[in-house]
Design a protein around this ligand. Structure first.
Ligand SMILES: [Zn+2]
Length: 412
């Protein structure tokens, strides 16, 4: 079972100064900043997934790449651009979520294939159109007409994509995209893709589905799946169901959720082997809009806010070094919470995070190097490192699963 990490140009600066909260004046972003596979002891993924929409932008707006970054990716190719170690695979797709509101995909088969070729991907997904809805009882011809149309568009583009790959004698492994709204429609898409000649198929549009619904679809697919056909789940983790997915023919998946939870979730920011923790919020006075407004409005004194912020950091570091008690650390956090007028108090969850201190038991290179800083929710350098840490935890969880050896990851 292989895990692909979807790229969104998430890097960290190795020379960032946590004490002063500042970047090195000598930092050159594109030269010095590092990807997760460069800062952890071993790459936390088997591959990366790069979406054309993230690189080139789409109808929904500009991508995540600046013009010079995009030019470098095309010039260097995906392996060199990402400085990928041997064994890490590359998969391209179109980022269909970025044009979900369009009637037809705004990207052609030729444009997609050009993107895959120019960047030198190992594999590329055919152009698809996401169906946002699940109705297990809606028949192939009686479902929402837009869904029916989107499925047919996806199949038509898959046929054209395979033809273009073969016509160009391309070395890219073609991955057929399957869309659907029910077990029957997904299974029929997979059946048709197999007939076209696809041996690797990516199941799209399943992100909003409940796990039992995904399993129902996979079970229906199993009935028609050829023994050699590999399935990829686009955008899905669900580690607790991974062994079942594996039994149902899934050999790879991609997801940003372990990474993004580090700074997007209201509860599960720091992952550990058997528990998840809330990261300790110490917002920067400068970076907190509510606080800035209250300072400008005279409700809060800027000097008090800065003092409380620094005291939090001082005591958190003191706590990690054994020089401050848990209660005095929580006191400082409580005072800063009062000043930032946080809508809810997180102190009870902080007590658990701090007393368990999971970073001390974590063997990842980032926790070993930065200690408690990884558990502090503050600024992109800490938050992304915590996301990278979460990826390393996911990778360890994957290694502990009982999976079919046939689907073993490269890193074994
Ligand atoms: Zn760690």
């Amino acid at each position: 079972m292989k895990f692909y990490f979807p790229d969104s140009q998430d890097l960290v600066s190795p020379t960032y100064d946590f004490e002063r909260d500042e970047y090195s004046p000598f930092r050159v972003r594109q030269r010095d900043d590092l990807y997760a596979h460069e800062v952890l002891e071993s790459p936390p993924y088997d591959g990366i997934l790069v979406s054309k929409a993230i690189v080139d932008g789409s109808v929904s707006g500009a991508g995540k790449y600046s013009a010079p970054q995009r030019a470098r990716l095309y010039r260097l190719g995906v392996r060199k651009f990402f400085r990928l170690p041997l064994g890490i695979e590359t998969l391209g797709d179109n980022g269909a979520f970025n044009y979900i509101d369009e009637r037809v995909p705004p990207v052609t088969v030729e444009e997609a294939l050009d993107f895959y070729h120019e960047c030198g991907f190992d594999a590329g997904v055919s152009v698809d159109h996401v169906i946002f809805g699940y109705e297990p009882d809606a028949g192939l011809d009686s479902a929402n007409p837009e869904w029916i149309e989107r499925r047919l568009i996806t199949l038509r583009l898959a046929a054209a994509f395979l033809e273009a790959v073969e016509g160009n004698r391309s070395k890219i492994q073609p991955v057929g995209a399957a869309q659907g709204w029910s077990p029957e429609s997904y299974a029929d898409s997979v059946r048709q893709l197999q007939l076209m000649g696809y041996r690797r198929i990516a199941l799209g549009g399943m992100v909003p589905l409940k796990t039992p619904d995904i399993i129902s679809c996979l079970e229906a697919i199993t009935e028609i799946r050829s023994p050699g056909t590999q399935l990829h789940l686009l955008g899905i983790t669900r580690i607790e169901s991974m062994e079942e997915f594996d039994r149902l023919g899934v050999t790879s998946f991609d997801s940003t959720s372990a990474f993004r939870q580090s700074f997007m979730d209201d509860r599960r920011n720091y992952h550990a082997a058997d528990d998840d923790y809330l990261a300790v919020r110490v917002p920067q006075v400068e970076g907190n809009s509510t606080l800035k407004r209250n300072i400008l409005g005279g409700v809060v004194s800027q000097a008090d806010a800065i003092k409380a912020e620094r005291e939090c950091l001082r005591r958190l570091r003191g706590y990690d070094a054994g020089a401050c008690t848990l209660d005095s650390t929580l006191d400082a956090l409580g005072q800063y919470e009062a000043i930032t007028k946080s809508k809810k108090s997180y102190l009870e969850a902080y007590r658990k995070t701090l007393s368990d201190a999971p970073w001390r038991a974590c063997g990842c290179a980032l926790c070993k190097k930065h200690g408690i800083e990884i558990a502090i929710f503050r600024g992109t350098e800490r938050n992304k490192r915590r996301g990278f840490h979460n990826l390393s935890v996911l990778s360890k969880k994957m290694k502990n699963l009982t999976l079919n050896p046939r689907n073993g990851s490269l890193r074994g």
